[in-house]
Design a protein around this ligand. Sequence first.
Ligand code: CAA
Length: 240
Amino acid sequence: MSKIAVVTGGTRGIGEGISLALREMGCTVVANYAGNDEKAKAFSERTGIKTAKFDVGDHDAVTQGCSQIAGDVGPIDIVVNNAGITRDGVLHKMTWDDWNEVMRINLGGCFNMAKATFPGMRERKWGRIVNIGSVNGQAGQYGQVNYAAAKSGIHGFTKALAQEGAKYGVTVNAIAPGYIDTDMVAAVPEPVLEKIIAKIPVGRLGHADEIARGVAFCCSEDATFVTGSTLSINGGQHMY
Ligand code: CAA
């Protein structure tokens, strides 16, 4: 499949797995990142995948970044909105900034990327947008009102945009990962994480490539009739 794909937060964690899986499918992949130049450079050297630095929460930066990518490698056919952060804390300790940054990046990033790329997909009558939600957007999670709200918003965003893209050959789907062995999950305090893993029927954390395979399916020609759906990949933690 020779398509141009952009994966936000695509140089680390789940995003790295997704970048590799799409490249494996034959796509030309550009992996976006926001801050960690060192990891992005190492990723690019290791994989040969190009990177593009911009903050997905910054509307103008996304417009500029996507038009640069389109100029460099061609019109963007596939977007995977994977970039996300956590600012966990119970509500009574959470600051406005903790709330706002998570909404700006995790949910605002999906809007910004779609705004920059969906019109072109619609005109060309082919496109794939895959948004990375979360089990915690489906089930809620203690200490994550910001993250759960943003991820839950992603699931609604997906279903709404899927309706707009359907007759133009643009599918919009979400993946809802459970707890995956990334830096983000490693930051959860050990005793809390142990209790969470104890509630995962499969009995372990997931791996980035297990999410990436779901994304690859949603982007493939096999998934032409799949739109507005959410694929839960969570080891049975939440059956939704
Ligand atoms: N349900 C009910 N009560 C809970 C609870 C839970 N799940 N977790 C903690 N509590 C209770 C504790 O028992 C404690 O009660 P007492 O005061 O009566 O003893 C109280 O809440 C305070 O708990 P903490 O000491 O943990 O409070 P804290 O302020 O130090 O930390 C926290 C709170 C930051 C939310 C911490 O519990 C935490 O990090 N939790 C993990 C949150 C999480 O799962 N994040 C996921 C990150 S990965 C990700 O998001 C990726 C993805 O998509 C899945």
